[in-house]
Design a protein around this ligand. Structure first.
Ligand SMILES: [Ca+2]
Length: 269
């Protein structure tokens, strides 16, 4: 996981300082549709990054601290606001995937209104938005009603839902059905394991088939080697994302290089 400073190294009193305006920005990593030999970028995932001016450190650590201090929903909303600000220079052809912790959907009944306001302020249509929700993050059963009610409101507004890190805890796959997702985003560890192990390749294929049966497109994360694309093609997954295809970049840099990728370029990589 994270090899840098751990959550315990940070003082909770500093957390509001990390979340001041101007301390968080967003980079964007493209998601490519697997479409024969040409892979056009169809969306970007927003990933929180600290600015030089701010004290926001490693996103993994910041979220760990926020989870520990019960401030995940505040941090989520700050990151989403930063993503909308940074996304204004993205091509309008690209959909925008935003990460949101299930707790935020459980605890903030006004989250749909917040998202709609932020999107309107940035001039980004809600139909371009997909929320990536962690399936395996624990939420109390009594809070699930609010989570699913919020998702229902968001779906009615045209927002799509992706379940994130699918395959990290395969025994919980049945619960995926509750999200009625448009997308399943596979945990990056699954494609790494599938390089070496037949049983993980079988799991990759099974999840892709499960996705097709439930009407959700599968996005394979963690593409780091050319052989990973062969796994994606063999499993007939719809989309792919990973450092080999393109790392997370600021919006303006991404727009300079965010073109389609061809499999020829991959062979040279
Ligand atoms: Ca994600």
């Amino acid at each position: 996981m994270c090899s840098g400073p751990q959550a315990a190294d940070y003082n909770a009193a500093d957390l509001p300082r990390w979340m001041q305006p101007g301390t968080i920005t967003a980079h964007f990593q493209p998601i490519y549709r697997v479409n024969g030999s040409v892979m056009p970028p169809v969306a970007v995932e927003s990933l929180a990054r600290g600015t030089r001016a701010g004290a926001f450190g490693s996103p993994a650590v910041m979220f760990a601290v926020a989870r520990e201090k019960g401030l995940v929903e505040t941090l989520d909303c700050r990151c989403i606001r930063a993503a909308f600000e940074a996304a204004q220079s993205l091509s309008p052809d690209l959909d925008l995937f935003l990460n949101v912790h299930p707790r935020t959907l459980c605890l903030c009944s006004d989250f749909p209104a917040f998202l709609a306001d932020e999107a309107a302020r940035s001039g980004i249509a809600l139909t371009r938005i997909t929320l990536e929700v962690l399936e395996h993050a624990r939420v109390a059963d009594r809070q699930c009603c609010q989570l699913h009610a919020s998702l229902e409101v968001l779906r009615d507004l045209g927002v799509r839902v992706a379940v994130d890190d699918v395959g990290a805890e395969p025994e919980e796959a049945r619960r995926l059905l509750l999200f009625r997702p448009h997308y399943l985003k596979l945990d990056a560890g699954l494609v790494r394991r599938a390089r070496a192990y037949t049983r993980d390749r079988a799991l990759l294929h099974a999840i892709c088939e499960f996705g097709r049966d439930m009407g959700a497109e599968v996005i394979v994360e963690g593409i780091e080697r050319p052989c990973d694309l062969a796994l994606v093609a063999a499993a007939d997954a719809a989309m792919a994302q990973g450092y080999m295809l393109c790392p997370p970049l600021p919006a303006d840099e991404l727009m300079q290089r965010g073109k389609s990728i061809t499999l020829g370029q991959m062979a040279e990589a």
